[in-house]
Design a protein. Structure first.
Length: 282
């Protein structure tokens, strides 16, 4: 029966019911997926703006769903965090990406000794016991140096773990790994806290970069973030660089790194390797 429009304010409406069913279906699929591991890691190059060359990659997970095809992480990562399945996914991606990095470092010899791999790391892992040992084990087993691995933790993910955060981050640093704050500018970082955290890199959220061209305000925000980062001796990566104009502006602000469709979309490992081999210059 068709439901009247006037009940649409009810606490539980048909649309919500449908949403709940869809969510449950996705959760069931995700649990099944984890047994069969139909995940794939895509890689998006990160470019040193001073050199115009690829200096690393960000690993981005893809889920190949049996009937829906490729599902966006925007859809399943939040669900994976709610259900705890994120632990499986992130550790799988980390191991996979480190294994790949080692292969590329060896294949592309001395040029690529400094090649880095950035891996998204849910803030939820920061409170997990044995985190340090587990990370150390992945580094040892894959042969990757800590300094070539960057863990990207979102601004909100860091803040949720406000009390225990600082200590565990300091411990992570003993492995030599680099730490980045992802989506910087979208959360509510307390600036007072920021300088206490052992962070190496700020990633400016795409929303600021995309508005940089036509809104003076976003340009000013980026300028301010850069000044803040540099005064705290952090590097800056601008996400979502899509145009030559954005690239030029970022260069003139002395932004260290860029990432975005202008350089390359995230691609599979084979295509990423071709990009590396091509020695592209921007
Ligand atoms: P993120 O970490 O902010 O990653 C950047 C996202 O922006 C990626 O989306 C990337 O494909 C997209 N992107 C890059 N350049 C451009 C551009 O120039 N224009 C536009 N419009 N988009 C661009 P993706 O791969 O769909 O990932 C979405 C989010 O899912 C990531 O955002 C990250 O928060 C999360 N995620 C992805 N993989 C993992 C993972 O292995 N673990 C965890 N915990 N989260 C992940
Ligand atoms: Ca990221
Ligand atoms: Ca980001
Ligand atoms: Ca994001």
């Amino acid at each position: 029966a068709k439901v009247q429009a006037h009940v649409s304010h009810a606490v539980f409406n048909p649309a919500m019911h449908e949403q709940a069913v869809a969510r449950f279906q996705l959760e069931t699929d995700l649990r099944r997926a984890i047994e069969r591991q139909p995940f794939q890691v895509y890689y998006q190059p990160i470019i040193s703006l001073a050199m115009g060359k690829i200096t690393g990659f960000e690993a981005l997970v893809r889920w190949i769903h049996p009937t829906r095809g490729m599902v966006s992480p925007m859809e399943f990562i939040p669900l994976a965090e709610e259900t705890g399945l994120i632990s499986f996914i992130d550790w799988w991606v980390l191991r996979e990406a480190c294994t790949q990095l080692r292969i590329w470092q060896q294949a592309f010899a001395k040029d690529s000794a400094s090649l880095t791999m950035s891996v998204n790391f849910s803030g939820l892992h920061l409170v997990q016991l044995g985190l340090l040992e587990r990370l150390d084990q992945v580094l040892r087993e894959t042969g990757v140096e800590g300094c070539n691995l960057k863990l990207e933790i979102t601004e909100s993910g860091l803040l949720k773990n406000a009390t225990s955060g600082t200590e565990i981050l300091q411990e992570l640093k003993t492995l030599g790994v680099k730490l980045s704050i992802d989506d910087f500018g979208t959360g509510y970082s307390s600036l007072a806290r920021l300088h206490q955290l052992p962070i190496d890199t700020l990633k400016i959220d795409r929303s600021f970069v995309s508005r940089m061209g036509n809104e003076g305000e976003s340009l000013e925000i980026i300028r301010a973030i850069m000044m803040l980062a540099h005064s705290l001796e952090m590097d800056v990566i601008a996400e979502g660089v899509e145009t030559q104009e954005q690239l030029s502006r970022l260069r003139s602000l002395n932004c260290e790194y860029g990432q975005g469709y202008f350089f390359s979309r995230p691609v599979d490992s084979q295509r990423a390797e071709e990009l590396l081999a091509a020695q592209l210059q921007w």
